[in-house]
Design a protein. Structure first.
Length: 396
């Protein structure tokens, strides 16, 4: 979910750095929202991991204190698309701010521009960022008996696919600003790479975790145990996903989302996306991923032993979507739930847009559905959920 021609970095974080869990109270006195990038804090001995195990990530449907977003900073990444992308980010920020506080991270020299675009309903926090994907670069908040904390998943640009010198430090500096305990994960990933129901079940795709571009040499079992400990999960449901098909390697938040415990909304590409009927034709990658996920959900139960109810959510007909091309993220499940509302993408296929709003609204009763046009963001593989990161309300 970024520019289709990102710069690539070749130096991955070593497995030794990822071998332990680090608990800190933010960053050193030299750090802060306006500080220059610094090396990550060193890990502490593995014994510190036990301090995180009692913590739990609440479901997104729980009450939020605020939503974090980020202002797209780089013309190098976005080129002539940058003004339009900024407009869409501002529209999403204003939509979320209609339901709960929004804090938008923006470079100091771009903060006034962000304030003007978003209006007074959105708070702008000056902090160096590279791009707009707060779900990837931002921390994942958890709660526990010792108070709130947040996981820093060592953002590395989705496996060094994009420049991320500033975004790699967003979680660290943001948590320092809010004085929230920072937990450095022993694995590398992004917030869009998992989905929780708040009752012990976690969904994830193997393609975005059991992948040498993030966790070289790590087995699925090891990664699963780390995710359970970090997020308070009791059971992980793994989908195959699709490695190297997009920048995220098929994040689960583009494929399957919990409407409530036991109920999963599953993305289904529009039938029009499957046009090759030759006997030897290969299936559409996202259709194959959805079919495999559906098969897994039919055969599994959640952490409480419940069978899953699967609600298909068809994508738009790309032939009716302006500007849709290769890499367009045509999924409605990348929506965002906030206090009293749910922010849903609108692509331009009117019938599909209306159907998606109705299905998502039905599955989230009592919430107002707000749809936002995100054609430019979707064109590079991103969505509304990718832009946002929630902080649970105290006691959530």
């Amino acid at each position: 979910m970024a520019h289709p021609r990102p710069s690539r970095r070749t130096l991955l974080r070593s497995s030794a750095v990822l071998a332990a869990l680090a608990l800190t109270d933010g960053c050193s006195a030299a750090g802060g929202p306006d500080a220059s990038p610094e090396p990550p804090l060193p890990p502490v001995p593995p014994g510190a991991a036990g301090a995180a195990q009692a913590r739990v990530m609440p479901a997104e449907t729980g009450p939020h204190a605020r939503t974090f977003m980020a202002w797209p900073a780089s013309a190098e990444l976005w080129g002539e698309q940058l003004p339009g992308v900024r407009q869409e980010v501002a529209e999403v920020a204003r939509a979320v701010a209609g339901f709960e506080p929004v804090v938008l991270l923006a470079r100091p020299d771009q903060a006034d521009q962000a304030r003007q675009a978003c209006g007074s309903s959105v708070e702008v926090l000056e902090l160096k960022v590279d791009d707009l994907w707060a779900r990837g670069s931002g921390p994942t908040f958890v709660t526990g008996p010792r108070g709130p904390a947040a996981i820093d998943f060592n953002f590395n640009g989705w496996g060094d696919k994009q420049t991320h010198a500033n975004d790699a430090l967003v979680a660290r500096y943001l948590l320092d600003h809010y004085r929230v305990t920072r937990v450095q994960a022993p694995v590398t990933g992004e917030g869009g790479g998992f989905e929780v129901d708040g009752e012990g079940t976690l969904l994830a795709t193997e393609s975005s975790w059991v992948n040498g571009n993030r966790n070289p040499g790590a087995s699925r079992d090891r990664i699963e145990e780390d995710l359970k400990a970090l997020l308070g999960a009791e059971k992980v449901i793994w989908f195959q996903g699709a490695a190297w098909q997009d920048l995220t390697d098929c994040h689960v938040d583009t494929l399957a989302r919990f409407a409530e415990p036991g109920t999963v909304l599953l993305h289904r590409p529009a039938a029009a996306a499957q046009t090759d009927t030759r006997p030897d034709a290969q299936p559409d990658i996202r259709t194959a991923a959805a079919d495999q996920a559906a098969q897994v959900l039919r055969s599994e139960t959640d952490a409480k032993g419940r069978a899953f109810t699967v609600v298909d959510l068809p994508g738009p007909d790309l032939g009716l979507v302006p500007g849709a091309g290769r890499g367009f993220l045509a999924t409605y499940v990348n929506y965002y739930v906030c206090n009293g509302g749910v922010i849903v993408p609108r692509f331009g296929d009117r019938a599909a847009d209306e159907r998606a709003a109705a299905v998502i609204g039905e599955q989230h009763p009592g919430r107002t559905v707000a749809q936002v046009d995100i054609g430019r963001i979707a064109a590079v593989g991103g969505g509304i959920h990718c832009l946002t990161q929630q902080q649970p309300a105290p006691g959530a």
